[in-house]
Design a protein. Structure first.
Length: 420
């Protein structure tokens, strides 16, 4: 009888890759850039007041010697905006056996306890980064399918086209397997249904409709999170009438930003137009100086490729040169982030945006405990332990006229997260 490998396979040690690598990326360029470049302001639950002058003094008079009476005086008027913190948390529950294994026999594990916690921290930072681009609604995807009954194995398609509202270009890329989400009727704000993602995908995913239903156009959000996330770039830099930091911009149009609703391909000339909007809005030569631009990799590549088409080669150089590595526009600093809306971008002044923090990102540990024993089913304790990480903060804008944006840029031929 021939001895095969399977006969003595138990006598061999199995080779295992020593470095654990995630199958996904956890980078958070926008949130990290904001934390690094804008001022952090400590606040309490009382909030933060941003006073400003909403009306000029009036009573301008053009008079004649024969009628030298001046017009009635009009007093200037002040008004205030307010910023209040919103809470975010990522809960963590670990078995005691797992914690002891990680801490005691470290040679048997490919990661240690610290590395495991780093994974949770990166997951939380990724969600905050995604919401930094949003409008506070918490929209992760927009369903383009109607699922009218409960049950597993249903395919939910999600929108990827450029749209006037944020969050509609990401497909199903942000929806993760074995995660619960809610479908929101945006007309009423009511929860229409609850789903569990069973198979992830780029433009669609397979879900189990746990309760209710899903309609085309519904926002898909984290459970209980609709309109509870921080107000991000899409809310702060917007020309649509909305409630901005407590004030209705329909009654205070100076609180709206100037921007471009492109509905076509973004071009290098559009950047000059965006800066021209800042010049005109502020009536100031320096309005374009020291700007930060937040843009996706796809739209940034689109600008570079157009520059390639404009290049001319003179002389005897026989080398074909590819697309330039950078798109440069004055002293603007570009922050590229694939998590952003594929059809949007923002130009902001760092000193006119603040991050207001009631609790900075980190552990929830006011009781001084890193881990807390769960009481268990009999309230006598258990070998399960809990902790949570998160923050209580809010992005705010001091001067809306200091920034500008583009939206609904064409994404035809532009690399997106859903197509990469």
């Amino acid at each position: 009888m021939t001895t095969a490998f399977t006969n003595i396979s138990d006598l061999f040690q199995q080779a295992v890759q020593k470095e654990v690598k995630p199958w996904f990326e956890d980078n958070a360029p926008t949130y990290n850039a904001l934390q690094k470049n804008v001022e952090i302001e400590e606040i309490t639950e009382k909030g933060y007041r941003i006073p400003g002058m909403s009306e000029r003094a009036g009573g301008h008079t053009a008079w004649l010697p024969s009628n030298s009476s001046f017009n009635a005086a009009k007093a200037p008027q002040s008004q205030s905006m307010y910023v209040f913190p919103v809470g975010y948390a990522l809960p963590i529950i670990l078995q005691g056996t797992l914690i002891r294994a990680l801490n005691r026999r470290q040679g048997d594990a490919l990661i240690n306890f610290q590395k495991l916690m780093e994974g949770y921290t990166k997951a939380a930072t990724k969600r905050i980064n995604q919401m930094s681009w949003g409008d506070g609604s918490g929209c992760l995807a927009v369903s383009s399918s109607t699922l009218s009954s409960t049950g597993a194995g249903q395919t939910m398609n999600c929108t990827t086209a450029a749209a006037a509202t944020p969050g509609e270009t990401k497909g199903a890329k942000r929806l993760e397997v074995n995660q619960y989400y809610q479908a929101i009727n945006t007309s009423t704000g009511a929860v229409r249904g609850t789903i569990l993602v069973t198979t992830a995908g780029s433009t669609s995913c397979v879900v189990n409709v746990i309760s209710g239903s899903v309609s085309s156009g519904d926002y898909i959000v984290d459970v209980g999170a609709y309109n509870r996330y921080m107000r991000g770039l899409a809310h702060l830099f917007n020309s649509s009438n909305r409630t901005l930091q407590g004030l209705n911009t329909a009654n205070n149009p100076d609180l709206n930003c100037s921007g471009l609703d492109l509905q076509r391909t973004l071009t290098p000339a559009d950047w000059e137009t965006l800066k021209s909007l800042l010049h005109t809005r502020n009536n100031e030569d320096g309005a374009e100086n020291m700007l930060s631009a937040f843009i996706t990799y796809g739209q940034h590549s689109n600008l570079r490729k157009q520059g390639y088409g404009m290049r001319q080669y003179m002389g005897d150089d026989d080398t074909v040169r590819g697309v330039s590595k950078k798109f440069v526009d004055g002293d603007t600093t570009f922050h590229r982030d694939a998590d952003g809306d594929e059809d949007c971008g923002y130009l902001i002044k760092n000193d006119q945006v603040k991050m207001f923090e009631e609790m900075p990102f980190g552990d929830y540990n006011l009781d001084g405990q890193e881990l807390r024993m769960l009481l268990g089913s009999n309230s006598t304790g258990s070998d399960d332990y809990q902790k949570a990480i998160g923050c209580r903060s809010q992005m705010g804008i001091l001067m809306p006229k200091s920034g500008t944006f583009f939206k609904r840029a064409s994404i035809t031929g532009v690399t997106t997260q859903a197509t990469a």
